[in-house]
Design a protein around this ligand. Structure first.
Ligand code: ACO
Length: 191
């Protein structure tokens, strides 16, 4: 995704990590103009993701990121757009308190790291960028994909998880979250 400003000035790394402070680094934090452009990027990505998933409202926006304790990883291609850089996509994660059912229907209370939103620009999908971003997050958080929960995953995300992480056996839930069998390994049931 291209923007009418310099992406490389806002996001200095190939993968940037953003939280409530909405700043890719200390330099951006002190520049209101860069902060405004960063908010434009997040809003635009959130809208594109919602459209791709046919959602009526965006799950991700700059203001939501500021008010919720979620974290966002943003992948850029620094070489494109004549050296100004373009945004490839993003992955948003966060902890949620969930009441889940294990394979035997036993209630388990947990607060796992959840995948909340995930989007790679339309023309760049199926080129391995999603995997690059997801693997970066797994290393950064030191978490296994099977220990995470997935909020209303799209068919593309389910296919992605099966292909790259062999996650196939999901355990039926009564909420919108999907978890896999590994999730319940060594986790205590609610007494
Ligand atoms: N149809 C089916 N499966 C797909 C598609 C597609 N159009 N695109 C990606 N995949 C899955 C497949 O398993 C594919 O492997 P294959 O090409 O051998 O079939 C695999 O992902 C490719 O892996 P990557 O190239 O690393 O993934 P990509 O860069 O495409 O990113 C993502 C995956 C983020 C799901 C991307 O396809 C996307 O943005 N889709 C639209 C938005 C979306 O559905 N996001 C998930 C929302 S749900 C949530 O966030 C909780």
């Amino acid at each position: 995704m291209e923007f009418p400003f310099d992406i490389n000035q806002i996001f200095t790394e190939r993968v940037s990590f953003l939280d409530q402070n909405l700043a890719a680094d200390r330099w951006t934090a002190r520049r209101p103009d860069l902060q405004a452009n960063l908010a434009t990027v997040i809003d635009e990505l959130g809208r594109a993701s919602a459209k791709a998933q046919q959602l009526t409202a965006a799950v991700t926006s700059a203001s939501k990121l500021q008010s919720q304790r979620h974290q966002l990883y943003l992948l850029k291609d620094g070489e494109s757009s004549g050296g100004r850089g373009a945004v490839v996509g993003f992955l948003k994660v966060g902890h949620k308190k969930l009441f889940l059912l294990d394979r035997h229907g036993v209630h388990v209370e947990a607060e796992p790291l959840c995948v909340l939103d995930f989007y790679i620009a339309e023309n760049l999908q199926r080129h391995g960028y999603g995997l690059e971003l997801f693997d970066f997050m797994l290393q950064h958080k030191n978490v296994e994909p099977g220990r995470m929960a997935y909020d209303r995953p799209s068919p593309k995300l389910l296919s992605f998880l099966e292909k790259h992480y062999s996650l196939t056996q999901n355990v039926p839930q009564v909420n919108n979250f999907v978890v896999f069998e590994d999730f319940f390994f060594n986790r205590a049931a609610v007494q």
